[in-house]
Design a protein. Structure first.
Length: 693
C-alpha cells in the first residue's frame, strides 16, 4: 500500500455547516470544486487539494478491506475524474482491478499512474494482487519503467523556499508548504526569526502582565513571542490584536487555501515548524449533528490522531464549547484531552485564554523555551502551567483533581500573573514529557448478546495522550489494562512515578490498580454510573468519567493524559448485588430531556428484563417493545418453541437494522432473519442447554 493510504484513520472532510459560535447563520465550508475538467498534471495550487484527496482515500481503504469493491471502485473513479494527476489513486484502482481479476484494467491503471509520475514499480512487488501478472510482458515493462514525469512525483514533496517572518506576517503559500504523506498533512516552513527585526515590547496593553513581560524581555530574562505564530481560523471574527501583541507573527493564508476553506474551523490539514497558537470561535450550528469544534474533533475518526501530532509539534488551539457545556444540556462533551482548550461560552470566550497562552509562551526564559521546543515538550509544559495557574488550584493536592483538568475552562479562574511567574521560573530539564498511553487489553461486548450494535465499537479513539471509550457493554464493569510511558529527560537522572487519578466520576464505582514498581501500568475498572456530576464548574450533570494519568519526576507533575468513558445518557439500568444486570430500559425514560449524541447513540425503543439460574448464570431476557413481550435466549435468539419445563427448544436468529430517524439519530429495529436453531439439554436439571446449529 502506498504511503499515506494504509492508515485506518479517516480524516475529517469538511461537510458541515460551520458558523461563528454566536450566530445562527451558517457558512458552508466544504472544499470548493470547479465544474471544469482539471488538467492531466497538477497546477501549482493543487498541493492544497492533497488533504481532501487523502481524506477520501482514507474512506476508500476500509471499503476495500471490507470487500465492498464496487463502492470503492466508484469512489476512486469519481476521485480521478476530479484529480486525474493523482498517481496514488490510479495505483489503488489498479490494485483493486487486479484483486477482482480484471488484469487489462489493472494494467491500464498502472500505466496511468506511471504516466503522471507515480513510482508504481517500487510498490508492485509488495502487492500480492499483481502476482497473476508476473509473466506479463506489459507488466514487466511497468516494473522497470521510470515515471514519465519525475517532477510531478516530487512536486509536492519539498518546499521551494522557507519564507521569513517579517512585518508581523507569516505567509502560508505553495512556496513554503509541502506534503508529508507519513503524517497525512501539509507542512509549512519559515526561516528562524531574527530578534533584531521585531519590536521590543511583548505586550502593549499596559496591564500588569504586559509590564512584567516587557521588563523581563528587556532584561533578557524572557523569550517574548518572537518566532511564535498565531493562527486565527474564523477570519477575524474573534482575533487577537497585532497592536497588543506586536512580536507575534500572524499567519496569512494563500487565496488557494482560503478557496478550499482550509483556513477556517478545525485545523486538520497544516502543520507549522514554529510554536503555533490558534483559535476558531465557530461551531457546527445547524442540522441534527450540531456541536462545538472540540466535540466535532472527538467524534470524527482520525482527528484525535492529528490533534496528537499538533500537540507534539508545539501547536495549541482554543475553541468555545458553546452549548456542549451549558446549563441547558450539561456537560455533553464526548471526551477530555490535553490536545486543545475548550472555553465556556460562545464567540469571544476564547480571547482571554489566547492572551493567557501567548503570555505563557512569552514568559519562558529564552534557552529554556528553545529546549522545550526542540524536545517537543513546549505545549505539554504550557498545559501544565496553565492548569496550575487556575485560581481554583492551590498546590499539588488540587492539581491531581478535576479542579485543574475540567473539559471546559472558565475565564473567571484565569490567574495570568501566576502563570507567567511559573513559566519564567521553569527549567526545561525538569519538565516531564507527555505521558504516552497504550491499551493492552479490554473486555468487549458480544454482538447480539450484550452489545446490540452493528459495526459500533466501544472505541471512540486511541491516541498517545488520550483514550476515549463509549460504553455499549451491558456488563456492569468496563475494564481496561493500560500502560503509561514518558520518554526519559535529557540526562535521565529523574526516574518517573506514574499517578493514576479519578478526575470525574464516582470514585466508589472506579477501581484503579497500578502495576509495576513505578506504576507504569494499571488495570482500570469502571462500574456503571447512572449520573455523573462534573468535578468542577457550574453544571450539575455529565455522562463521562475522566481518569488522569501523570508522570511525576519529583520536581514537576506532568500535563495530564486522559482515559475517558462516555455513558449512554438515556438508558436506565439496575444490577443485583452480584453485579448481574436485571433491568435495562432503552426507552429514554431514565433521564428525561437528556441529550444523546446522534453520531454515537442510536435509538432503541425497548426494555429488557433478565433471567438467571440459581447460580447466577444468564438464561436470557424478556424484551418488551411496542406493547409486546418476547423471550430471548442467552445466545441472543428469539424463543419460538419451549419444552414442558419452559426451556427453549427452538429459536430464531435476529439482526439489528439501522434506519434514519428523527433528529438525525439512527433507529435500531429488530429484524427476524428466518434462520432457526435448536437447543438440547443434558438432563432435566440443565437449564443452560446447548445450541445446535
Amino acid at each position: 500500500m502506498a504511503a499515506g493510504t494504509g492508515n485506518k484513520d479517516k480524516r475529517f472532510l469538511s461537510s458541515f455547516r460551520i458558523a461563528p459560535a454566536c450566530l445562527g447563520v451558517m457558512l458552508f465550508v466544504a472544499p470548493s470544486l470547479t465544474s471544469a475538467a482539471p488538467p492531466s498534471q497538477p497546477q501549482e495550487d493543487a498541493l492544497f487539494d492533497l488533504p481532501a484527496i487523502s481524506a477520501q482515500l482514507r474512506k476508500i481503504v476500509p471499503l476495500i478491506r471490507a470487500g465492498h469493491h464496487a463502492r470503492a471502485e466508484t469512489a476512486l473513479t469519481h476521485l480521478l475524474r476530479r484529480y486525474p494527476w493523482h498517481g496514488e489513486s490510479h495505483y489503488m484502482l489498479a490494485s483493486l482491478h487486479a484483486r477482482n481479476g480484471r488484469m487489462e484494467d489493472a494494467l491500464a491503471a498502472l500505466e496511468q499512474a506511471v504516466a503522471v509520475g507515480f513510482p508504481a514499480g517500487k510498490l508492485i512487488p509488495e502487492d500480492p494482487a499483481f502476482a497473476p501478472l508476473e509473466k506479463n510482458e506489459r507488466f514487466q515493462a511497468l516494473l522497470a519503467a521510470t515515471p514519465s514525469d519525475k517532477k510531478a512525483a516530487a512536486r509536492f514533496s519539498k518546499p521551494t523556499d522557507a519564507l521569513p517572518l517579517a512585518g508581523g506576517r507569516a505567509p502560508v503559500t505553495a512556496k513554503n508548504t509541502y506534503w508529508d504523506p507519513r503524517l497525512g498533512m501539509l507542512r509549512t516552513v519559515f526561516r528562524q526569526a531574527d530578534k533584531s527585526g521585531f519590536p521590543h515590547e511583548v505586550r502593549t496593553d499596559g496591564s500588569p502582565v504586559a509590564q512584567t513581560l516587557n521588563t523581563w524581555f528587556a532584561e533578557g530574562r524572557a523569550a517574548g513571542n518572537i518566532g511564535d505564530l498565531y493562527d486565527n481560523r474564523d477570519r477575524g471574527h474573534s482575533t487577537l490584536s497585532q497592536k497588543d501583541f506586536p512580536q507575534l507573527s500572524f499567519l496569512s493564508h494563500d487565496p488557494a487555501i482560503q478557496q478550499r476553506n482550509m483556513d477556517y474551523g478545525l485545523n486538520t490539514s497544516i502543520l507549522f515548524n514554529a510554536p503555533t497558537i490558534g483559535n476558531s470561535s465557530t461551531a457546527v450550528t445547524g442540522g441534527s449533528v450540531w456541536r462545538s469544534l472540540p466535540r466535532l474533533a472527538y467524534t470524527t475518526e482520525g482527528i484525535p490522531r492529528l490533534l496528537n501530532i499538533q500537540y507534539l509539534a508545539n501547536h495549541l488551539y482554543i475553541y468555545p464549547a458553546v452549548q456542549d457545556y451549558s446549563r441547558k444540556y450539561g456537560d455533553i462533551l464526548t471526551a477530555n484531552t490535553p490536545y486543545l482548550l475548550a472555553t465556556e461560552g460562545k464567540s469571544g470566550s476564547d480571547l482571554p485564554f489566547l492572551k493567557a497562552i501567548v503570555s505563557i509562551l512569552a514568559a519562558f526564559q529564552p534557552a529554556e523555551k528553545q529546549e522545550l521546543i526542540r524536545t517537543a515538550r513546549l505545549i505539554p509544559a504550557v498545559q501544565m502551567i496553565f492548569r496550575l495557574g487556575q485560581r481554583t488550584v492551590v498546590g499539588e493536592q488540587d492539581y491531581l483533581t478535576g479542579k485543574a483538568h475540567p473539559p471546559v475552562f472558565q475565564a473567571a479562574n484565569l490567574d495570568v500573573m501566576k502563570m507567567i511567574l511559573l513559566a519564567n521560573r521553569l527549567k526545561a530539564r525538569d519538565v516531564p514529557h507527555a505521558v504516552q498511553l497504550e491499551v493492552l487489553s479490554e473486555n468487549r461486548p458480544a454482538p447480539g448478546i450484550d452489545g446490540f450494535t452493528t459495526d459500533l465499537t466501544e472505541k471512540l479513539f486511541d491516541s498517545h495522550a488520550a483514550i476515549g471509550r463509549v460504553i455499549r457493554y451491558t456488563d456492569r464493569d468496563k475494564t481496561l489494562h493500560v500502560t503509561a510511558r514518558s520518554p526519559a529527560l535529557p540526562g535521565g537522572d529523574a526516574p518517573y512515578r506514574y499517578r493514576w487519578v479519578v478526575l470525574q466520576g464516582n470514585p466508589n464505582l472506579i477501581r484503579i490498580t497500578p502495576e509495576g514498581e513505578a506504576g507504569q501500568s494499571a488495570r482500570i475498572t469502571v462500574s456503571w454510573q447512572d449520573s455523573i456530576r462534573p468535578a468542577s464548574g457550574p453544571l450539575d450533570r455529565s455522562n463521562r468519567v475522566d481518569i488522569g494519568v501523570f508522570a511525576d519526576n519529583g520536581k514537576h507533575i506532568s500535563a495530564p493524559s486522559f482515559i475517558t468513558f462516555l455513558y449512554p445518557p438515556e438508558q436506565t439500568r439496575r444490577y443485583d448485588e452480584s453485579g448481574n444486570l436485571v433491568w435495562l430500559d432503552h426507552t429514554e425514560k431514565g433521564q428525561a430531556g437528556a441529550y444523546a449524541d446522534p453520531r454515537l447513540f442510536p435509538r432503541r425503543n425497548w426494555q429488557d428484563r433478565y433471567r438467571y439460574d440459581d447460580q447466577g448464570r444468564l438464561l436470557g431476557w424478556d424484551r418488551t417493545t411496542g406493547g409486546q413481550t418476547a423471550a430471548y435466549t442467552r445466545f441472543g435468539t428469539i424463543v419460538t418453541e419451549k419444552d414442558a419445563a419452559g426451556r427453549p427448544t427452538r429459536s430464531e436468529k435476529i439482526g439489528y437494522l439501522y434506519t434514519p430517524g428523527q433528529g438525525g439519530r439512527m433507529n435500531v429495529q429488530i429484524k427476524r432473519l428466518g434462520e432457526f436453531v435448536r437447543h438440547t439439554y443434558d438432563s432435566a436439571s440443565d437449564q443452560l442447554g446447548t445450541l445446535v446449529r
